[in-house]
Design a protein around this ligand. Structure first.
Ligand code: ADP
Length: 397
């Protein structure tokens, strides 16, 4: 087990800055996912920890030891990649033990380690199989076992599940969580799949364009995104965004206003360009507003298209007649459109006039220019509640 620290790590290729001044400390035994869109610098960041890439600037520490210039083999790390490179002519036992045998470990020790690793990844009874007799998931487990036998201080995994089919990927996620519990080892895991990151990790590090946007527990990234990028990237379908202005008694955008006290947004002033973000699950029909702690004013809308997903239905709402439409759930929404998620028993039909409210306790405000978060949850000035329900609960518990 070891802590991993990156200090001002930058990696430049000729005209690309792949990693731009990244700082973080990953604790002993922590499972951290590096997540972000393709090309954001996830692999390069991990390669600087592995020793496969030397940073242009900055330092890398594993435990208390600076490893910036050490060879990969001297860092106490083991890697698992997307493309599983097993030796086709060796059976599972030989594949798992290859590195140990190369390092001239005693036969008994090799056997002990292979058995333990095979047990952890549930490959007992398959040690004499050849790779071509195994499924993709089993081969990936062999690759993980090969990393386990080395007793690394840190596991580095780069999209190890990317080539598996969807069902197996979900299954392997659970396996990796169990593996982490059993090994109690620091794991750094690269993925572009935010669902994978959300479900497995203690903390996620969100990257964009080589820069660290936020490093925090998954739910914190979800509930208190540090900026517009994180707010839009984490959560599927994506948060709805509306550009507008902070006014005397609220927030104003093209098709609606939301009451709020600008004093609750201390780092902005009236007249500032502000973006409001609201997740589809925080938009409700106004008939349910009594169940919300902070319903917004009613917003006129018309249901446009319904997308049934099985466990929920996505309703595309139009906020103005003839407004601009976008049917891409994960792209920034149009100012005239609002995506709402409802339960499958809904009686909403396409082409219906409705009015909706936001749960303002879960509305987010961002500085439009910098993208930085200004507030998570806003209080209605029409119904000020200085002692919020949450404080009462905390005092009670
Ligand atoms: P990710 O893993 O998030 O997809 P990478 O770390 O692979 O991103 O790449 C980050 C950026 O650095 C990309 O723009 C990529 O094209 C560039 N890059 C990565 N490796 C090299 C290299 N060896 N030479 C030049 N550019 C590179």
């Amino acid at each position: 087990m070891a802590r991993v620290t990156l200090e001002h790590v930058t990696k430049r290729y000729e005209d690309v800055t792949a990693v731009d001044d990244i700082n973080f400390e990953i604790e002993d035994g922590e499972f951290v996912c590096l997540v972000g869109p393709s090309g954001c610098g996830k692999s390069t960041t991990m390669e600087t920890v592995a020793g496969l890439t030397k940073p242009t600037e900055g330092k890398v520490y594993i435990g208390d030891r600076e490893v910036t210039n050490l060879a990969p083999k001297d860092r106490g790390v083991a890697m698992v990649f997307q493309n599983i490179a097993l030796f086709p002519h060796m059976d599972v036992y030989e594949n798992i033990s290859f590195g140990l045998r190369l390092r001239k470990y005693e036969d008994e020790e090799v056997e002990r380690r292979v058995e333990r690793a095979a047990d952890i990844v549930q490959l007992e009874g398959m040690l004499d199989r050849m790779p071509d007799e195994m499924s993709g998931g089993q081969r990936q487990r062999v690759a993980i076992a090969r990393a386990i036998v080395r007793n690394p201080d840190v596991f580095l995994m780069d999209e190890p599940l990317a080539n598996l089919d969807a069902k197996l990927r979900v299954h392997m996620r659970t396996e990796l969580q169990r593996l982490h519990r059993e090994l109690d080892t620091t794991i750094i895991y690269v993925t572009h799949d935010q669902a994978e990151a959300m479900t497995m990790s203690d903390r996620i590090a969100v990257l964009n364009e080589g820069r660290l946007q936020q490093i925090a527990p998954p739910l914190e990234c979800y509930n208190e995104p540090a900026n517009l990028f994180v707010a839009g990237f984490i959560g599927s379908p994506s948060m709805n965004f509306f550009e507008g202005t902070l006014i005397e008694d609220g927030f104003e955008t093209r098709n609606f206003t939301v009451a709020l006290d600008p004093a609750d947004v201390p780092s902005a002033t009236v007249g500032d360009d502000v973006t409001l973000g609201v997740r589809p699950e925080d938009v409700h029909l106004s008939r349910y507003e009594d169940s919300l702690t902070q319903p917004s004013r009613r917003i006129d809308a018309r249901s446009d298209v319904l997308e049934p997903m099985g466990d929920e239905i996505f309703v595309y709402l139009l906020l103005s007649e003839g407004g601009e439409r976008s049917m891409d759930r994960d792209a920034a929404s149009s100012p005239d459109q609002l995506l709402m998620s409802v339960t499958p028993d809904t009686d909403i039909a396409e082409g219906q006039d409705l009015d909706v409210v936001f749960d303002k306790a879960n509305v987010h405000l961002f500085d439009t220019e910098t993208g930085e978060a200004l507030a998570d949850g806003i209080v209605d000035i029409e119904k000020p509640e200085p002692d919020s329900g949450q404080q009462v609960t905390e005092a009670d518990s």
